[in-house]
Design a protein. Structure first.
Length: 267
């Protein structure tokens, strides 16, 4: 009596269509990173050569300079104010337009797509670029930074607001609508109580993010602690530079902790 033949899986071969596609994807990824490394001029040799130079700068930076500490703290306060006003401006604008960018609440599709396109444009232009443009329009100083932070954050914040609103359960909204409520009443009494914690959490996150972003806006003349960072670098004043970096580190850490605590209270 003959035994039943033992089933054997066919040997994997790179000649099949699926294997050829995988091989093509691997080769494309390798080619992409090879070209990217070349264009980015990545050079481990340059890094190893530059590390001793950086170590020398760090030795020159000690001890930190306290000669202009009052000015540096004022510039740090400007940075916090820049981020706070910019984020508040973005919050007001985002609350105004996010209804038109949501599929479930927009009064017309003719408003939905243009509003989404506008928000995508605002998100696509970094606050650094906006600040550079507004420096040319309103002059040097933190006001240009406020406008740069506000416009970029407006696009990002309104998009996240709209996505939070779109995930709301439609039942309560439909019930209030069927009871004869107007659209402002639907938003006020059925929508806002549900999404307010999410919107507040998003707002706090962007305030925290904008504090970090505002520290470099001074490079383009938008004021704040970034202006002193650039000046110290240009003058090769390493003790002063170290002081600026310490102030930025303390400021960002404190804001991160405060924002995390506030977001935790909203959960």
């Amino acid at each position: 009596m003959k035994s039943a033949p033992i089933y054997q899986e066919p040997a994997t071969s790179w000649r099949g269509p699926r294997q050829r596609r995988r091989l093509a994807v691997v080769l494309l990824v390798l080619l992409f990173y090879g070209v990217s490394l070349h264009l980015a001029q990545v050079s481990p040799q340059k890094l190893l050569t530059g590390l001793p130079k950086m170590a020398g700068w760090m030795m020159k930076a000690w001890p930190p300079s306290t000669n202009e500490l009052d000015i540096l703290l004022l510039r740090a306060a400007e940075t916090v104010a820049m981020a706070a006003i910019g984020t508040t401006l973005a919050t007001i604008l985002a609350l105004f337009v996010c209804i038109f960018a949501t599929r479930n609440l927009t009064p017309s599709r003719l408003l939905f797509y243009p509003m989404r396109w506008l928000l995508n444009i605002l998100r696509g232009v970094d606050s650094f670029v906006f600040a550079l443009l507004f420096v040319a329009a309103v002059g040097l100083g933190p006001f240009a930074g406020v406008l740069g932070v506000g416009l970029h954050t407006w696009g990002s914040m309104a998009k996240l607001y709209a996505e939070a609103i779109e995930t709301v359960e439609p039942g309560p909204l439909e019930a209030v609508t069927m009871a004869g409520a107007t659209r402002p009443q639907v938003v006020s009494y059925a929508l806002l109580p549900d999404v307010l914690p999410s919107l507040a959490s998003v707002t706090l996150f962007f305030w925290e993010f904008n504090i970090r972003a505002s520290t470099v806006l001074g490079v383009v003349g938008a004021g704040g602690i970034g202006q002193e960072l650039k000046n110290s670098m240009d003058l090769l004043d390493f003790p002063r530079l170290f002081t600026v970096l310490l102030i930025i580190l303390v400021m960002v850490t404190a804001i991160d902790q405060l924002s995390a605590w506030l977001r935790g209270r909203l959960v």
